[in-house]
Ligand binder design. Structure first.
Ligand code: PUT
Length: 275
């Protein structure tokens, strides 16, 4: 029997894939979790019916959460990743040798457990000695850690379920306070086709807190609309002032020193949302 997975990306539109194999379906304490295998994209982690990552295109998202901020900060020793229990952002963060400690705070321990089991190419660095994994609410963690981190990355789901608070102004204020005096934060901020209002609201809120705010994009085929945005708030360093020659080359499949500034050049309709 053929089984198909459909992600309803809006009330009226979705994308669908034939399922090769269903590895896990479980209601965790926080969300519906599924791990499926597909022909085109390989294994996929799905939370509350939304694709979080696929083995084939995960590198785009994880590299683009991690590298623009880490290439902008001159000495990012302590890094916090909120969410991101699949471990992909952590894997990228560790490519920066100046990072001494990377803390992952994921609210749902089941995401970590199943990612380690079924997505080893993504989660493989979660046991690295430079990494501390904490199963907790990211909101609580930042409020308990003031003036602690050089860079904070928010790798959340879309703003539904436990992630809603990660798109609030109170959370961004908490992040500001959890960063050191020259800290940088970056968050995934969804897509401009179906979530234009969200991108505008986040941009307005972050501008009220951080002196430097930049938005950049990347093409992620398994995410709604394929065009994804990231919002960076910085206390001191501007990603647009980073010289290409100062960015070290490390192994990537999407991000390069050449792409760094180019990623901040937005299509006009997206630029209009955040100007
Ligand atoms: N954390 C990844 C963003 C989810 C997009 N569906």
């Amino acid at each position: 029997m053929e089984l198909w997975y459909t992600e309803k990306q809006t009330e009226n539109f979705g994308i669908t894939s034939k399922i090769k194999e269903t590895l896990v379906t479980e209601k965790t304490d926080f969300q519906d979790l599924a791990m499926i295998d597909t022909n085109e994209w390989g294994r996929m982690l799905v939370l509350d019916g939304m694709v979080m990552t696929s083995v084939r295109d995960e590198f785009v998202y994880h590299e683009m959460v991690a590298h623009p901020a880490l290439s902008t900060h001159p000495n990012p020793k302590n890094v916090l990743v909120v969410g991101g229990g699949d471990g992909g952002v952590i894997r990228e963060v560790l490519k920066h040798p100046e990072v001494e400690k990377a803390v992952l705070v994921e609210i749902d321990g089941k995401v970590i457990e199943y990612s380690k089991k079924y997505l080893p190419e993504i989660a493989g660095e979660l046991d690295n000695p430079r990494v501390e994994v904490i199963v907790n609410d990211g909101y609580m963690h930042i409020h308990d850690h003031k003036n602690t981190y050089d860079v904070i990355m928010v790798d959340s789901t879309e703003p539904v379920g436990p992630a809603v608070e990660l798109f609030s102004k109170g959370f961004y204020q908490g992040i500001y306070e959890s960063l050191k005096e020259d800290g940088i934060f970056v968050a995934q901020t969804d897509n401009p086709w179906f979530k234009a209002d969200l991108i505008q609201t986040v941009n307005r809120d972050v501008r009220e807190i951080f002196p430097i705010v930049r938005v950049y994009g990347a093409n992620i085929p398994t995410y709604p609309s394929g065009l994804w945005t990231f919002t960076m708030g910085s206390k001191k360093y501007d990603p647009l002032q980073v010289e290409e020659a100062s960015i070290p080359e490390f192994e990537t499949k999407y991000y390069t020193p050449r792409l760094h500034k180019a990623a901040f050049v937005l299509p006009k309709f997206v630029e209009d949302l955040v100007k």
